[in-house]
Write a protein that binds this ligand. Structure first.
Ligand code: PLP
Length: 423
């Protein structure tokens, strides 16, 4: 296996050293092949919002598996999952299920290009939208730039159509709109960025994008693969734009994955009816998948959403409380050890950066003291806390992270900071 792994970040290249091989996981804990237990903040990179092996989700998966693995024909489960998504997200009137976040963003872009008759897409440095060619573009540091492929094998003829601006930089975005008016099919953005650590949108950034897109006939695509049903019931658009999300503030298309699959491969893209009706077989924009809407995966997703939606979404209050107490505890440790770090959080997603100023865009993360972050990562691992192995990833808190797990985590941070002399 290249690098010994099925997906690059797992190889620990971001922190150095050897990855932990995991045998199993339960609740907030991972158990390594060597039998050691770790409090887990990877959360499967987002899906495991209810913790690992939630008994009701496991039962739903078992029941579905007993009914067969894959049919290639429509099922009621798909309809029910689609209804749950549409009910939670006022901007989504029709939705198509797919199997990965990459498929969702790639398909949304195809639709945007078809619907507008334009070819360019504008993305933000440090936002990750999966590994489709159009999105694999290096972030030009500083000024907004025309994209350069960030991987061999990505044709420049494709990325010539990808424009890149710095996250939170509305002026740079407006500049690109001025230069490329009538050419931009879509702006795609993580409404709360989670792929350069956790970087919230500045006040007015998303609203400004909405305005620019509306003025230019460009579609606004929210990539909520990570934030969907994670930072709120529905996602970031509901958290940030409620109650205007019902009226003037809405993305045209939304991409989802991770939480909506409950740890199995389910993803989706959806949005305005007039756009989504252009997808085959209603329309002629082709997109398909043998395993799309797989019954076992859909069962895991439906049960996860059902649990999250119970009692008016009380699970989100618990997630908020746990993540807030982690944030407060880290802030107190920062004072104790006189650390210059910035803790950034949105709901149950959290990051800390060894930086003097709040992090607002990729260049701020690049400029942070990432060596300190890596040292602390290894010290924490030795003390039984497994963060995602890169300062560019976000920590995920689950409903299985209760007061005890947070307390144990903070005690491990305390020990690690004492041992690693980072200040
Ligand atoms: N979009 C965002 C915001 C993501 O965080 C990811 C993956 O982490 C993707 C798209 C790609 O999703 P997948 O890995 O399921 O293809």
């Amino acid at each position: 296996m290249p690098g010994g792994v099925s997906s690059p970040v797992r190889a620990f290249r971001g922190v150095g050293g050897e990855p932990v091989f995991v045998r199993s996981a339960e609740g907030a804990h991972l158990v390594g092949e060597d039998g050691r237990s770790y409090i887990d903040y990877i959360g499967g990179y987002g899906p495991m919002i209810l913790g690992h092996g939630h008994p009701e989700v496991v039962e739903a998966i078992r029941d579905a598996a007993e009914g067969g693995q894959s049919f290639g024909v429509p099922t009621l489960g798909e309809v029910e999952l689609a209804e749950a998504i549409i009910e939670a997200l006022p901007s989504v009137e029709l939705v198509r299920l797919v199997s990965s976040g990459t498929e969702a963003t790639m398909s949304a872009l195809r639709l945007a290009r078809a619907a507008t008759g334009r070819e360019k897409v504008l993305k933000y440095a440090g936002c990750y939208h999966g590994h489709a060619d159009s999105f694999l573009v290096a972030a030009g540091s500083g000024a907004a730039t025309i994209g350069v492929p960030s991987s061999p094998g990505v044709p420049s003829s494709v990325t010539d159509n990808t424009l890149v601006a710095q996250y939170n930089d509305l002026d740079a975005t407006a500049g690109l709109f001025e230069r490329h008016s009538d050419e931009i099919a879509a702006v795609i953005v993580e409404p709360v960025a989670g792929n350069m650590g956790l970087v919230p949108p500045r006040d007015g950034f998303l609203e400004g994008l909405r305005q620019l897109c509306t003025q230019s006939g460009t579609l606004l695509v929210f990539d909520e693969v990570m934030t969907g049903f994670r930072v709120a019931w529905g996602g970031a658009q509901v958290r940030l734009w409620h109650p205007q999300v019902r009226t003037e503030h809405q993305p045209d298309l939304t991409c989802l994955a991770k939480v909506i699959g409950g740890g199995l491969p389910v993803a989706a893209y959806g949005g305005r009816r007039d756009l989504m009706e252009q997808i085959a077989p209603s329309g002629n924009v082709y997109q398909a998948g043998t395993l799309s809407g797989n019954p076992i995966a859909v069962a895991a997703g439906r049960k996860t959403l059902e649990i999250l939606g119970r009692d008016n979404g009380i699970a989100y209050d618990r997630l908020e409380a746990s993540a807030a107490s982690l944030e407060a505890g880290l802030a107190a440790l920062g004072e104790k050890y006189e650390l210059t770090w910035k803790i950034q959080r949105c709901g149950s997603m959290l990051s800390f950066f060894f930086a003097d100023q709040p992090v607002q865009q990729l260049s701020d993360v690049d400029g942070s003291r990432r060596e300190l972050w890596k040292r602390l990562f290894h010290q924490l691992l030795a003390n039984g806390v497994h963060l995602p192995p890169s300062p560019y990833e976000t920590l995920f808190v689950s409903t299985a992270h209760g007061p005890r797990e947070i307390e144990e985590t903070l005690a491990a941070f305390d020990r690690s900071l004492a041992q690693s002399e980072l200040s």
